[in-house]
Write a protein that binds this ligand. Structure first.
Ligand code: HMG
Ligand code: MG
Length: 300
């Protein structure tokens, strides 16, 4: 299979990147991050989540963030919505694209959203109906696609089946999440091969956390499987509150560098992306998790 000529990056830094941060982050800093990412040329930015503030306190200010960002034409600003309450809050905040999130592991589903996989899928049906009525697009996520922090190995057939259900109910794209970053290139290729039987390859995305340092290799393995959408996080920020020890997503800068080396152009400005990541790292008092950003910053 040839590598796709066009690739879309879904920037999840403001949501996946910040959701696990324990220190308070001001709305102004979140807004600045989103605006910096818009200016860098990202076409899709996941801005926040409309989830229970008891479960994920850091995302509590998402409506205010949406109210203050400078929306650029052609940029999609998305949000996670686990249930109708979250969907309604998102609509109220002017969100035009949402994402629902399921898991391929029962234990993770319970820990993350307090219900079984089938209950979660049933919960998404009225969201899909309401979204259709509002003209809102819905993206789907499956977590724990290459391993679960509670159950260990996860059968790729289960992942493919959950992805297929999300696609069948109307998600225009399904992103497969290696929540704990244990996946390898071989397992990634097998996973997409199986998932492609349920969801067309051009409707599948890859979402790799970098806990074991395999994320970039897994992105490349996915490209070899014809996958052309990747979620990434500026400066490699992030982690899931319900996956202990899991580190951030693959860094957007590193994926961009990989793509540029393959002659795949995205229109994203590397220097501006690096500046966006470095700025939020300074706010958080954290080292930059992107190898490319560190190298470029050191040589500036
Ligand atoms: P629950 O406790 O079962 O909810 O939580 P409930 O319906 O029983 O309601 C309990 C209380 O929560 C009520 O308030 C509700 O109003 C409130 P109370 O009466 O007690 O004051 N509530 C809400 N408040 C705000 N927004 C809402 C909402 N819904 C209920 N939407 C629930 C179920 C799904 C709400 C909860 O488990 C939750 O919020 N979970 C979110 C977890 C999360 O955000 N995890 C991280 C994102 S997923 C991820 O990172 C993985 C991904 O990156 C891919 C990958 O890496 O694998 C996407
Ligand atoms: Mg994630």
């Amino acid at each position: 299979m040839t590598i796709p000529k066009k690739v879309r990056l879904v920037e999840v830094g403001p949501r996946d990147g910040l959701q696990n941060e324990k220190q308070p982050i001001s709305v102004a800093d979140k807004v600045r991050l989103v605006d910096d990412l818009s200016a860098a040329g990202l076409g899709y930015i996941e801005v926040g989540s409309f989830v229970s503030p008891k479960w994920v306190p850091q995302m509590a200010g998402s409506a205010e963030v949406f109210a203050q960002i400078q929306r650029q034409a052609g940029v999609v600003y998305g949000a996670l919505t686990p249930n109708m309450k979250g969907f309604e809050a998102a609509v109220e905040a002017g969100v035009r694209e949402v994402a629902v999130f399921a898991a391929a592991s029962e234990a993770f589903s319970q820990k993350n959203i307090n219900c079984s996989i089938s209950e979660s899928l049933a919960r998404f049906v009225p969201i899909m109906d309401a979204a259709r009525a509002h003209g809102i697009s819905v993206r789907g996520y499956v977590s724990c696609v290459l391993g679960c922090p509670y159950e260990g190995a996860v059968a790729p057939e289960r992942v493919a089946s959950v992805a297929g259900e999300l696609f069948a109910m109307g998600c225009y794209e399904v992103s497969l999440g290696d929540t704990i970053g244990t996946g390898t290139a071989g397992a990634t290729r097998r996973l997409f091969e199986l998932a492609a039987a349920q969801v067309p390859r051009d409707k599948l995305g890859g979402h790799f956390h970098d806990t074991y340092g395999q994320a970039l290799a897994n992105v490349y393995a996915s490209l070899q499987e014809g996958i052309s959408v990747f979620d990434s996080s500026v400066a490699g920020l992030g982690g899931c509150p319900y996956a202990k020890g899991a580190t951030g997503n693959v860094a957007s800068e590193d994926v961009l560098y990989l793509l540029e080396g393959l002659g795949i152009h995205t229109g994203i400005d590397m220097d501006r992306l690096i500046d966006a990541g470095q700025r939020i790292c300074e706010v958080l008092g954290k080292a930059n998790g992107s190898r490319v950003a560190r190298a470029r910053l050191a040589s500036r």
